[in-house]
Design a protein. Structure first.
Length: 410
């Protein structure tokens, strides 16, 4: 796929869907093509299963249409409301650990190793007194975490944003001094904005309305579409549960008021994204950054949408901000979201164990939807086996069976 077209499609779809979130629900949630869904689109559907990206876009489009119908018929809202409060807190904590893990990976503080993950081998990155590989980025990210925490302790307004900019500026200084040496082959890029080619918006034509519906009625197409549907549904619900819970937006019954508007914005965004040429648009976990800074209304979403739009014209600046500068924000937000663990009743193992399953599954299995699936299955199984089947919402049984069938057949 044309990278310039995808850049434009991503910015436009994110801007459009986030504006819908503000208009339909007045909540401070931002939407964009989800990274997990991007990976599923590229690595599973296209590379591993061998389908064209045009077919994958068609599957996302159909999934979006189905989502719109489900959102208008209260199905997604009912699923959200049937999940018990303890499990919702577990999901909140799990998302916190998940985005912390993403931050650690982006910073290269955590890397793959023979033990699956390990700390970055700093000693191997220093040669002749110069740090040539990702080691410098990992060091800067760690400095950024400390800087952000100090700012938060001092109650400095916009501490997280200042932490991002401060870490980036430090990287710029280190690059100018020759301490930070960009090397694209090692995943290290220049942190200086490049305006050599001017400012232009890449054409969206290569991906616009390029969906291929030729295999619409085939079993394989239906399987792909249902896979997108499943992952998107529970990624979105998990994010809404986690962010809304942390922001104290849930009512006394654990329900999210005006959730139908939030779900509808997500569904329409997905459909529009497929038409523009990008994978599933979803409510993303980084919304918690805005919530942590006090965002509580659609004004936060509008601000995010405007900035998504501006990114089309300021791409040299946005693309220059390195992952090691944004990683500290994700790590710190993860810490904040983990505080919800104190709301889980650990004296009741039937409530705390499923929450724990959801909590650990999300970062270790790198999926919000898997955390919800295993949490629901364990919650139903445990309560049935201890003789408390009646306290489980009927829809939870339906979900548990659906998740089990998904693991067997999909």
């Amino acid at each position: 796929m044309d990278s310039g077209a995808i850049f434009t499609a991503t910015a436009i779809s994110a801007c459009f869907a986030t504006l819908l979130m503000a208009a339909f629900s007045n909540y401070p949630f931002a939407l964009a093509p989800g990274m997990g869904l991007n990976a599923f689109f590229a690595y599973t559907v296209v590379l591993n299963m061998g389908y064209s990206w045009q077919t994958a876009l068609a599957a996302v489009f159909v999934e979006g249409i189905i989502f719109i119908v489900l959102s208008l018929t209260n199905v997604r809202e009912a699923i959200f409301n049937c999940i018990p409060q303890s499990l919702k807190y577990g999901v909140t904590c799990g998302i916190g650990l998940f985005i912390t893990f993403i931050g650690l990976q982006n910073a290269k503080l955590v890397v793959a190793s023979s033990t699956l993950v390990s700390i970055f081998p700093f000693k191997d990155s220093i040669k002749d007194g110069t740090i040539y590989s990702q080691g410098m980025g990992a060091i800067l990210a760690f400095i950024g975490v400390i800087l952000t925490v100090v700012l938060l302790v001092k109650n400095v307004p916009d501490a997280i944003l200042i932490g991002i900019l401060g870490t980036w500026i430090l990287g710029i200084v280190f690059q100018i001094l020759g301490i930070y040496v960009p090397n694209a082959e090692l995943g290290m890029y220049s942190v200086l904005p490049d305006f050599s080619n001017g400012i232009s918006v890449p054409s969206i034509t290569p991906t616009l309305m390029k969906m291929d519906f030729s295999g619409l009625l085939s079993f394989n197409f239906v399987t792909i579409m249902l896979s997108f549907l499943f992952v998107d549904l529970f990624d979105t619900l998990g994010t809404l549960i986690g962010v809304a819970s942390k922001a104290d937006m849930l009512d006394k019954d654990g329900k999210l008021p005006r959730i139908r508007g939030a779900l509808l914005a997500d569904a329409i965004g997905t459909t529009a994204g497929a038409m523009l040429g990008t994978s599933t648009v979803t409510t993303f976990v980084e919304s918690s950054s805005g919530v942590m800074l006090g965002g509580r209304t659609g004004l936060t979403s509008v601000t995010s949408a405007v900035l998504f739009g501006l990114s089309l014209f300021l791409s040299p600046i946005f693309l220059a901000i390195p992952s090691f500068a944004t990683a500290p924000a994700l790590i710190i937000v993860g810490l904040m979201m983990l505080s919800s663990i104190t709301r889980i009743n650990f004296d009741d193992m039937a409530e705390s164990a499923p929450a724990f399953v959801a909590l650990i599954a999300m970062p270790f299995m790198y999926s919000i939807s898997e955390g919800i699936a295993l949490g629901v299955i364990s919650y139903v199984a445990i309560n049935v086996l201890i003789g408390k089947a009646k306290k489980v919402h009927p829809l939870m049984y339906v979900l548990a069976i659906a998740f089990i069938l998904k693991y067997i057949f999909v």
